[in-house]
Design a protein around this ligand. Structure first.
Ligand code: ACO
Length: 427
């Protein structure tokens, strides 16, 4: 079959420039315009990269019109309902779901790698008491690069895997330390007898000596339903192709910097309210709205072009029909609201916002639907997780995606240092 091409015409001169089409296995194909500047003397202009593919990738596929999300070809619904987060991590890292023995080995490896160097722990003393956990988490992950400096020069599969498993295993420990530092309470070390997700809840909640909260009725244990809910949230966040934080990770990778510094940069990019920081803002906003009666007033503010107020947890650059992750969490929330103990007032406000927005022309015309952050905050609140830890939880889930994308970047011979151009309009 002959190579498909695409031709661009300069309407001033009539000159034509022809470029090869790069076929996608799913979704839109691309046009290889790498020589466009050399050929035409012009730059393409695409702020926010709304029409620009920066790489070929085999990791995650999103069809924003259909509301479809797949990791390594497997639909997110299958992964979220039939597989664990660790299986999903293995899939993202290696391209296939693990057999039973592979999963056991992977799980044990992560448990044993979950400890951090004591020197890293001491870093937290330098931060102010009320430091946001995202700030300490990002700093501590950057500092981790000095403990594993050898990862700067890796290029073999076994070395990539070791580097990736190390960061995936340590992120929950560092995140829990960040939280405990922000509360001024002693750090709890990982317990290798506990699974990945249970261990994180344990490091957040336990008292020194490893005891959980004790009441007259006895010791509170971590309930399986809580582990399952958080595990599902991790899976839903595990990767999301070339979003802002992943693009940041790839950009830092392109300069040849240490992989953990790239992850730290990804954490910083995720923190913003337009990205992963939205989950914290959703609950703040629901609390600010306060009651169902106030919802109309805030919907009007969100629609007012002169008011910067936005409904947090609504809208997405890619999903223009529904966010499949949000649908999974909504079902989860509706089915388990009693068992999980969801805040009924906040749920009522959220349901009312959703009901109005889904039937309002402003939101319909702009294709604004609830995104994952709209629902994750309610579930995390029910798990007793404080708001400041919502985005760190996103980080825990997403680290596997970032590091898989970092590895893919390193193996891609087409990749160059990221260096966009500009159209100068100054004096
Ligand atoms: N509330 C009210 N209006 C909105 C919202 C919102 N949440 N989101 C977009 N709009 C409006 C804009 O005002 C704009 O209207 P206009 O055409 O009349 O000017 C139109 O919809 C398009 O908005 P853009 O900002 O151009 O859309 P973009 O694709 O660049 O932004 C984004 C997507 C950043 C997610 C945006 O919808 C937003 O800010 N949402 C709230 C924050 C949020 O929930 N972020 C989490 C995203 S999911 C994630 O990162 C995990």
């Amino acid at each position: 079959m002959s190579q498909k091409t695409f031709t661009v015409t300069n309407d001033q001169t009539g000159e034509k420039y022809t470029y090869p089409v790069i076929e996608a296995t799913r979704g839109p194909s691309g046009i290889d315009m790498r020589t466009f500047y050399k050929d035409s003397g012009h730059f393409s202009f695409d702020p926010g990269f709304t029409s620009t593919a920066s790489c070929r990738s085999e990791i995650t596929f999103i069809d924003g019109e259909k509301g479809e999300l797949r990791y390594r070809g497997i639909p997110i619904e299958t992964l979220a309902t039939e597989h664990t987060y660790l299986e999903t991590c293995y899939l993202l890292l290696t391209g296939k779901l693990p057999h039973r023995d592979e999963l056991v080995d992977f799980d044990f490896e992560l448990r044993h790698r979950s400890f951090v160097h004591e020197g890293l722990k001491n870093l937290f003393d330098a931060f102010p008491q009320d430091a946001h956990p995202m700030s300490t988490l990002s700093s501590a992950v950057a500092a981790l690069s000095s403990f594993y400096f050898e990862h700067l020069t890796i290029d073999e599969e076994a070395e990539y895997q070791e580097m990736a498993r190390r960061i995936i295993a340590k992120i929950p420990t560092i995140a829990a330390f960040s939280y405990r530092h922000s509360r001024g309470i002693p750090f709890i070390y990982p317990d290798i007898g506990r699974s990945f997700t249970e261990n994180f809840l344990y490091m957040m909640r336990a008292y020194p000596g490893g005891k959980m909260h004790i009441t007259k009725e006895g010791e509170n244990t971590i309930r399986p339903i809580e582990i399952e809910a958080l595990d599902t949230i991790f899976t839903l966040h595990a990767d999301h192709e070339q979003n802002a934080s992943t693009t940041t990770v790839r950009s830092v990778a392109s300069t040849g910097a240490h992989p953990y510094v790239a992850i730290s940069a990804g954490i910083s990019a995720l923190w913003g309210r337009a990205h992963g920081g939205a989950n914290e803002s959703v609950i703040e906003q629901l609390k600010m709205i306060g009651s169902v009666e106030n919802v109309d007033k805030f919907i009007a503010k969100a629609k007012d072009p002169d008011d910067p107020f936005r409904l947090m947890g609504f809208g997405h650059r890619v999903y223009k029909n529904f966010d499949p992750r949000a649908q999974i969490l909504k079902r989860y929330q509706d089915n388990l609201k009693e068992e999980l103990g969801l805040d009924s007032n906040l749920m009522q406000i959220a349901s009312r916002i959703e009901e109005i927005a889904l039937n309002d022309d402003y939101f319909i015309e702009r294709k604004l639907y609830p995104n994952i952050d709209f629902y994750s905050g309610l579930i995390l609140t029910a798990l007793g997780i404080p708001r400041s830890m919502f985005t760190p939880i996103f980080v825990i889930g997403r680290t596997v995606g970032w590091i898989s994308q970092w590895i893919e970047f390193k193996k891609d011979s087409d990749q160059k240092i990221v260096r966009p151009r500009q159209i100068y309009t100054g004096p």
